[in-house]
Design a protein around this ligand. Structure first.
Ligand code: XIL
Length: 329
């Protein structure tokens, strides 16, 4: 039997995978053997947990929490405040008009209290706020309903509510494009402004949705260095490395070429070597899935194109990438 990543990385960081109700069945043994942490890919998002005001639907989230508990895995919470996958009702009053700042913050508070409170004994760490920094360099925060209706301090409030609901949970700010220097500077500015105000924040999540040719290794190192300099813990929260280059928009491949798999392995090897180097800062590396039979990249950014981004193939067998990260180091 092949080595388990969770054992290989025992002295470095947790090894996680995002899961859903299908994969906790279809990838059950792979997940339980290889990983010691999971994240719900969608089932703890606002629209899934509270589709209508006051109507909480915890069934799927509970099953995922149960799967983690049954297999002795840690559980990351994802995510409390985001511009996506949040139902419209949150931002509207009964007459269909936009809600007031006070109402919006009250809704946010009761959502966070209920959800964080429910999983207090299961979830050790939450992505409290997700993707609020704008990608365009001349704009500070993403123009979302949260921002428009509540103003900038909805971010600090989210962390405060989460901390009040579970003072032991580690609270993370999570975002992507961590290797774009301008965006990263803004992320750091945000995090530091929270730290200066003594807002309870404990970590930064680097999503890590990467391709074969980018970001480069020095760019990733720079991101880790700069984030770590804030003094916060780091987690790679949503790692996937497509077998395509950024520029490659081909849609006609039915399987990855040997060359792609080789390059992917090379890259996984280098990236994990880098993560190991920063083991004092990095406490977990979570893949955004587990094996190539299912990944959100099957439909993003190109619909219906597979990207084979993981270290296990469609049959859950180890790929060259697996041996590069699990082999002798
Ligand atoms: C993605 C899920 O994987 C998809 O199934 C869903 O349709 C959209 O969201 N950044 C995040 C994750 O923080 O929540 C996203 O997950 C991927 C990008």
């Amino acid at each position: 039997k092949q080595p388990a990543l969770q054992s290989v990385y025992k002295d470095y960081f947790d090894i996680g995978a995002a899961v859903n109700l299908t994969t906790i069945e279809s990838q059950k043994s792979l997940l339980a053997y290889q990983y010691n942490s999971i994240t719900a890919e969608n089932d703890m998002k606002f629209e899934r947990i509270q589709p209508e005001e006051g109507l909480y639907t915890f069934e799927a989230a509970d099953r995922i929490a149960g799967f983690a508990a049954a297999n002795g895995m840690k559980l990351r919470g994802h995510t409390l405040v985001w511009h996506n996958q949040t139902p419209d009702w949150v931002f509207k009053s009964a007459d269909g008009e936009p809600v007031s700042r006070d109402t919006l913050l009250a809704r946010m508070k009761s959502h966070i209290e209920t959800v964080v409170g429910r999983y207090k004994s299961n979830i050790y760490c939450w992505d409290v706020v997700n993707e609020v920094i704008e990608d365009k360099s001349d704009v500070w925060l993403r123009e979302s309903n949260w921002l428009k209706l509540a103003g900038e301090d909805f971010i600090a409030k989210a962390f405060e509510y989460a901390h009040a609901a579970d003072p032991n949970a580690l609270l993370f700010y999570n975002d992507y494009n961590e290797c774009n220097p301008e965006k990263r500077d803004k992320i750091i500015r945000l995090v530091q402004s929270l730290q200066e105000k003594d807002v309870p924040i404990h970590g930064i999540g680097l999503q890590g949705h990467w391709n074969l040719n980018g970001p480069t290794l020095p760019e990733i190192r720079e991101a880790i260095e700069r984030y770590a300099a804030t003094g916060l813990k780091l987690q790679v929260t949503e790692l996937d490395i497509s077998v395509f280059d950024y520029e490659d928009k081909r849609t006609d491949l039915s399987e990855p070429t040997a060359e792609m798999l080789e390059r992917q392995a090379e890259r996984y090897g280098q990236v994990f070597e880098l993560f190991r180097e920063y083991k004092d800062a990095i406490t977990a590396v979570t893949f955004w899935g587990a094996a190539d039979d299912y990944t959100w990249l099957d439909n993003f950014p190109v619909r219906g194109r597979k990207n084979w981004p993981f270290v296990f193939d469609e049959k859950h067998e180890p790929k060259p990438s697996f041996w590069k990260i699990a082999g002798p180091m």
